[in-house]
Design a protein around this ligand. Structure first.
Ligand code: ADE
Length: 346
């Protein structure tokens, strides 16, 4: 076993995490679900979502049999919704093409929607005792620092180098503990902004530390300024109900229920007349709400509109009027839920 691996394994026993809800199981369904939720999302955020999800969908069969909408409701607020759509598609693939059982090799696992090379390897290790290397964002940081790997890991050349290093360190035994150790070290000691080098089991061999340049690794994403987009979201209210619209299945917030959007310069009365054949009794702007996506920032101007009359204008397909309370519990993205909750509180 390499010095790095044996230090990590010993460290994990005393200082690593042992009681996360997806540990102490070999159920590939539970492990797969946790790994997908943990892509781009921190453990503390994931735990309540993970538990609610399992309570509703205890196995792959129940997930595969559910409508996508029910899955999106449980994902609502967790972000990166393509993960939920892929999760649902993968559950269907497992039931339809694999007889309801997750395939045990990382190669076959990686053919499931939403399961990349590192996620496949983590499932193979934790569920099937495989001997595979993982390389998620935390592990990239640990390895880039330990081996002083230059360059931005989003670049193929750098990523390939990191994969080679990751593969070279996987021990012959204790792979599970070693893998957990890498994740735990990246999350708790070798953090991006404030690494705790004094308590790191790898401090003696860390190249970045010996250069006195821990913070310089890994090189950050070359900063392109993210564009700013602006939109107005209409909270159309009628007799305690609010209008929601379903987004098309692909793209940002695909498949989620959202508020109707217009340009911030447009007049909500026009929207109302054209789309609902109704008049507005009042329209009032709320303070700007900023939402950060990976590739752009969205400035939202919420407009609370009282729709005049109780005319039960049949809503178009993909539109529903829902009581505020119900709307806030539907499959809506986080800023929409925030707005709906603020109206309920008011
Ligand atoms: N991040 C990704 N996978 C994880 C796991 N199994 N435990 C803790 N953090 C993780």
């Amino acid at each position: 076993m390499s010095a790095l691996a044996s230090r990590l394994v010993r460290w994990q026993v005393r200082h690593g995490r042992h009681d996360l809800p997806w540990q102490r199981t070999r159920d590939p369904y539970r492990i797969w679900l946790s790994e997908v939720m943990l892509q781009q999302t921190q453990v503390a955020t994931v735990i309540p979502y993970y538990e609610r999800f399992l309570a509703r969908f205890p196995d792959v069969k129940s997930l595969a049999g559910a409508p996508l909408d029910d899955v999106l409701v449980l994902w609502s607020g967790l972000g990166y919704y393509s993960r939920a759509r892929n999760l649902h598609a993968a559950a269907r693939a497992v039931t339809e093409s694999h007889g309801g059982r997750f395939p045990p090799t990382s190669k076959a696992l990686a053919s499931l929607p939403g399961v990349g090379r590192s996620t496949a390897a983590a499932i193979a290790v934790f569920a099937f005792g495989g001997r595979e290397a993982i390389l998620d964002g935390n592990v990239k940081r640990v390895l880039a620092r330990h081996f002083a790997v230059r360059g931005y890991p989003g670049e193929k050349r750098v990523e390939n180098r990191l994969w080679k290093l990751a593969e070279s360190q996987v021990p012959a035994k204790d792979v599970e503990r070693y893998t957990q150790a890498l994740m735990d070290l990246g999350a708790s000691v070798c953090t991006r902004a404030r690494p705790a080098c004094a308590s790191c089991p790898l401090r003696a061999s860390c190249e970045a530390r010996s250069q006195g340049k821990v913070q310089a690794y890994p090189r950050p994403r070359p900063r392109k300024p993210v564009p700013l987009r602006k939109t107005a979201m209409l909270l159309l209210l009628r007799e305690g109900e609010v209008l929601l619209e379903k987004r098309p299945p692909a793209g940002i917030w695909g498949g989620l229920w959202c508020l109707p959007e217009i340009s911030p310069n447009a007049d909500p009365r026009d929207y109302c007349r054209r789309r609902l054949g109704a008049r507005l009794a009042s329209a009032r702007r709320l303070p700007l709400l900023r939402h950060a996506f990976t590739h752009f920032t969205l400035d939202i101007t919420p407009v609370v509109c009282q729709v005049a009359g109780a005319s039960p204008s049949a809503s178009e397909p993909g539109q529903v009027w829902l009581p505020l309370e119900e709307a806030a519990q539907a499959a809506v993205p986080a800023p929409v839920r925030k707005l709906l909750n603020s109206l309920q509180a008011a």
